[in-house]
Design a protein around this ligand. Structure first.
Ligand SMILES: *Cc1c(COP(=O)(O)O)cnc(C)c1O
Length: 369
């Protein structure tokens, strides 16, 4: 038995990708986003499963991620989406990655490095249609950049793209405003360079509106079976791929008034039994879950009581319990008829499921289901 581990269901990742691919406009490619170690699920295994499910491209955020994924999946087109330092350009490029470009000085740098390597760099020109983060906000400059890339013998204009700020807010009209702006840029670029692929959609956009699909969608969170809208992934036919497991290390009798954990943040209101589970914030179980989460043991929910420490949490098993040391404890996942979703923990933590998954630390081994 292991102290704690995350079980990763790669078959779920495959099925989620097949589900998303089926949703896409005819001919649009699915690009699986495996940044941040596959949102905490393990990038290599998830990339592999995503490709089996119909993804034909991969994307990451950083040069180090590009080097890891590029080495392993040499024949799959890879896009590094993030901003790169001068030093990092070589790493991402050598790994075979396509690069994001939105400034002319960076375009020239990429061209210089490509020439030094004796191979053309494939670049995706990024338009900031309203995300207000990476990308060029000026539509005219974006067209000029696309022209400069296409004209440069060391570069190949592979794509024109943008990122949406409110795809996960169904009521927000900003989504359509961004796409209206992007449509104009796409029309101008594709009038001259019809082979450049346009892409804008993340997971939420794919599920929200086909208008955002263009020729490729960059899906992260949904491929892991997490709901981009922070509700139940089942509503979109998505299967959660990650579950977080530990076990009951001890079961102790607590007389009324006895306290559990640092700071005595919980005291037993009546005589009860407390289970100790060897998992804590060192594993990514956030401290804000103190007195604010349920843990599954024996197919039932038990409240997490007292502080979350680095290596342990405590749960109230109630005045009469049959739970014994050695039983499985689940913080995220299913047991019996009960389920705790990452979305539930995110809600309790006033955050999003993305952060819950990414927070699970490297101390927790990832095991295939
Ligand atoms: C992370 C990321 C995505 C994936 O978004 P999800 O909401 O996880 O589907 C797509 N595009 C860009 C630019 C990203 O940074």
């Amino acid at each position: 038995m292991e102290r704690a581990f995350a079980r990763i269901d790669f078959e779920a990742v495959r099925a989620n990708c097949a589900r998303l691919k089926a949703e896409l406009t005819e001919g649009a490619e699915l690009c699986a986003v495996v940044k941040a170690d596959g949102y905490g699920h393990g990038a290599d295994g998830c990339a592999d499963a995503a490709l089996k499910g119909g993804a034909t491209r991969l994307a990451v955020a950083t040069a180090a991620e590009a080097e890891q994924i590029g080495r392993r999946f040499q024949h799959v087109p890879l896009l590094t989406m993030g901003a790169l330092t001068i030093e990092e350009v070589d790493g991402a490029f050598s790994a075979g990655s396509e690069l994001a470009v939105w400034r002319d000085d960076f375009r020239r740098l990429v061209a210089d490095r490509a020439r030094a390597h004796g191979r053309r760099a494939r670049v995706h020109v990024k338009y900031d249609s309203g995300m207000g983060r990476l990308g060029n906000r000026d539509a005219g400059e974006v067209l000029e950049l696309a022209r400069a890339c296409a004209a440069d013998p060391d570069l190949e204009l592979a794509g024109i793209w943008t990122h949406l700020a409110t795809a996960d807010e169904p009521e927000s009209p900003y989504f359509d405003e961004q796409l209206d702006r992007f449509d104009e840029v796409v029309a101008a670029v594709k009038a001259e360079y019809p082979h450049a692929i346009a892409h804008a959609a993340n997971s939420a956009a794919v599920l929200r509106d086909k208008r955002s699909h263009y020729e490729m969608a960059r899906c992260g969170v949904a491929i892991y079976g997490l709901d981009p809208f922070q509700r139940d992934p089942a509503a979109h036919g998505l299967l959660p791929a990650l579950s977080l497991h530990s076990h009951v290390a001890d079961v102790k009798h607590f007389p009324a008034g006895a306290s559990a954990g640092y700071g005595r943040r919980w005291t037993a209101p009546v005589d009860t039994w407390v289970g100790v589970i060897p998992l804590g914030y060192g594993d990514g179980v956030r401290r804000a879950l103190a007195n604010n989460a349920d843990v599954l043991v024996g197919g039932r929910r038990h409240p997490l009581v007292g502080a979350v420490s680095m290596d342990n949490i405590t749960i109230d098993l109630g005045p009469e319990t049959e739970v014994e040391p050695g039983q499985e404890a689940i913080l995220i996942g299913r047991q019996g008829g009960e389920q705790v979703l990452a979305e539930e923990l995110a809600d309790r933590l006033d955050t999003i499921n993305y952060e819950v998954a990414c927070a699970i630390s490297s101390r927790v081994p990832r095991r295939p289901a």
